[in-house]
Design a protein around this ligand. Sequence first.
Ligand code: A3P
Ligand code: MG
Ligand code: MG
Length: 403
Amino acid sequence: ERQGKRRHVTADSSDRKLELAFPSTSQTSQSKPVPFQQPVSLITFSYTPSRKLEFNNSALRYYVNPPRNANLRHGYERWIKRPEEKGRIDGLLRATSKLRNDMNAGASKGVDWIRSIGVVSWRGVMTKILTAPYEDRDSWEMNVMAIDGTMYFEEHLSDAKLVEKEDMAPHHRLQSYYGYSFESWCGSSKPEMPENLEGQPPGWGGDVDTNVQWCSVVKTKLGDTRMVIGGEVDCVRNAFTGQTSDFVELKTSIAIRGPQDEARFEKKLLKFYFQSFLLGVPEIIVGFRTPSGQLNTIQLFKTAQIPRMVRGKPNAWDPTTCFAWGQQFFAFLKSVIHPSAEPIAEQQGNVTSALRPQVWRVKFEPRVGVSVSLLGDAGVSEIQAGEDRVGFLPRWYWDEVQT
Ligand code: A3P
Ligand code: MG
Ligand code: MG
């Protein structure tokens, strides 16, 4: 039946909702595992306190052991919180553009580099896509555009959802701060322990400013889809040699007191795993804390070993199910968005569509699957929010890839 739906994709699919349900687990286990290539770091960049993107490592932090019993509430009053924003991929496109231009300036090989990439997305979006088969609580929406066979993804956050995120309940806000504070206790701008800051407890790496981020852009491949994925990297071990093998992800979690906590934690490991795995981050350091934010213990998890740790447990999950789903998801989207062998191919000579590319909305419902629909003018202008964009892409990027 699903095949039937796919074949009905035509140029006027705007009034049709295209759906993809999860593959049944038996289907998944019967088929060959979908390979995922080890991510390779292409470039890193930093966001400054004024949220300027710079192609340097000014925001890179080195891992240091946090003090015992560190207070994760420390500095809460001084937290400079980056405002919630729409899930734009502008920063990632800046990096993509730089890579392409650098390649063009060097060898001739770079010219068509972007055309061989099937997917460009932030890591958070990719994590949501791949973990969808096990997500039983949160729905999500994304916007997707395709240029020359490359699909671009952004998370779709409506204005209402943005306001909701910004108006976080005070205890949620504090819990969220614990995670950032842990990063400060574990990070130093030099490879050694941070110097004691005046008036601050020993080991404190500096007040939290969530505008500041260090990001890495990697290339990888799921099945036969090449991908460029960008995301924040919390810190590195010892020295940064340009490889993902130095990367460290930091996490906090409530200390485990019983089987129920343990099951909950194993479920969280799914997100930890994909978040890290997608950027090639080999180590995750988890700070277990009390409900009121006192750090108890830290534990190192090797990313590659996490799937084995949860196998056979009550909340077990299996990454091969996620990869099989991911493969299906991208193939489905491709067939909807640019079904080259389908009647829509006639549309390629259509001037209007060439000038105004289509934006697709992907909606995910827990336990159900995803549906895709074409956005109308009102929907597109809502996501543009008065900015100079083609679809949701910044105009400068659009102009650049036309040449
Ligand atoms: P934890 O990692 O300890 O949960 P990240 O782990 O991705 O590096 O993010 C750092 C911190 O940002 C998280 O710490 C968490 O506190 C906060 N954070 C991330 N995503 C969040 C979300 N959707 N809502 C609230 N806080 C979030
Ligand atoms: Mg982070
Ligand atoms: Mg983290």
